[in-house]
Write a protein that binds this ligand. Structure first.
Ligand SMILES: [Zn+2]
Length: 367
């Protein structure tokens, strides 16, 4: 996630703030200033910062619950629409996913209850509105936590309520199918949010767009995982390709770029060891520079290309590719010789081939 700055680290998780979050703070300060001057602006900014502290605590509810199942979370980012925790993976056991999903809203429930008890408020749902108890800062925080709790439990995958829905569906449908159904429901609800948003709340439109894209993204990831599970790297790797040598120049790479349809080229030394990879983009960039064409590819290639031995499970290799900055994973035989590689493009080709075959063999079932 670009455009964000690190605030602090807690329990191995970096808390980052996206720069657009500052726009939200500035917008609230300006709105409040217009209504009630400097004092009102300070009040609004302090309130929004306290609310986002509650959002961070909500995310840490998820993070600490996930850690119980051995899942680490490298960072959590504050966006104007809320917090996004980047967990290494989501638990696939439905019961575990439910615990992790509910741990976030549970934090808001605890905050709300503590504040309500401390303030001695009359817990009457009819009176729980900004208008009636708007006078008290902490009462507003309590109400906002109730809103956060209820909003996150709406079953719009990948929001928390949607994750609970997916986990419940997964008990009957299996993980892949359950994700597809939950993602569809999430996207349907996102459209409803967007319509409501256009009727008055611009933030709802942002949230709707986020849910819509995130649902599609997660459904896609799950599809890749379902596809790659139980397969071997040899089922998907590219074995027919052009490679560059350690003495090759950027001009040689550019010539290969024209002659082939490859988007990246492995750099292999005389002993058949993979030394790195040059992407199309790196070649184009290098040509723009001074003595670009004459530069050795060793200078412009990505050096840290992960490699896996033959026989590695495809899901492991794809996971490695997704986490590394290089857009490929090399495959080596038992003597360390480079024999092939995997790219995001050929994984998506594999998916297309498989779904075409499925449609042909079971077309009538899908209607
Ligand atoms: Zn949550």
């Amino acid at each position: 996630m670009g455009w964000s700055i690190k605030l602090f680290t807690l329990g191995g998780t970096a808390v980052r703030m996206h720069l657009t979050f500052l726009l939200l703070v500035a917008w609230i300060a300006a709105m409040q200033w217009r209504q009630g001057g400097a004092q009102s602006a300070v009040y609004g900014v302090v309130l929004i910062l306290v609310l986002f502290a509650c959002v961070v605590l909500h995310e840490f509810g998820h993070i600490f619950a996930a850690r119980r199942y051995g899942i680490r979370t490298p960072d959590v980012t504050l966006l104007p629409i809320g917090g996004v925790a980047s967990m290494e993976r989501m638990p696939e056991k439905p019961a575990q996913e439910i615990v992790v999903a509910l741990a976030g809203p549970a934090v808001n429930a605890v905050i709300a209850v503590v504040l309500i008890v401390a303030l001695g408020l009359n817990v009457d749902p009819a009176r729980m509105s900004m208008a009636t108890i708007g006078a008290s800062f902490w009462a507003q925080v309590a109400v906002a936590n109730v809103v956060l709790l209820v909003f996150n439990l709406i079953p719009a995958f990948p929001m928390d309520g949607g994750r609970v829905l997916r986990a419940v569906l997964a008990m009957w449908l299996g993980f892949g199918r359950a994700t597809k159904v939950a993602a569809r429901i999430g996207q349907g609800l996102a459209i409803v949010f967007a319509i409501l948003g256009f009727m008055g709340n611009p933030f709802l439109i942002l949230i709707a767009a986020f849910i819509f894209l995130a649902a599609a993204g997660e459904a896609g990831q799950v599809q890749v995982r379902e596809l790659t599970r139980g397969r071997d790297v040899t089922d998907a790797m590219i074995t027919s390709f052009e490679a560059l040598g350690v003495m090759s120049t950027v001009d040689d790479a550019a010539a290969l770029l024209l002659r082939t349809t490859q988007q990246q080229f492995p750099v292999v030394d005389g002993a058949s060891r993979l030394r790195g990879a040059v992407t199309r983009q790196a070649i184009v960039e290098a040509l723009k520079g001074e003595d670009g064409g004459a530069r050795p590819v060793l200078e412009v290639m990505t050096k840290d290309v992960p490699t896996v031995p033959l026989g590695t499970h495809l899901d492991v290799a794809v996971g490695l590719m997704q986490r590394s900055s290089a857009r490929m994973v090399g495959v080596v035989d038992n003597t360390g010789n480079f024999v092939g590689y995997i790219t995001p493009e050929n994984i998506s080709e594999l998916m297309q081939i498989r779904s075409s075959r499925e449609v042909r063999s079971a077309g009538w079932l899908r209607g």
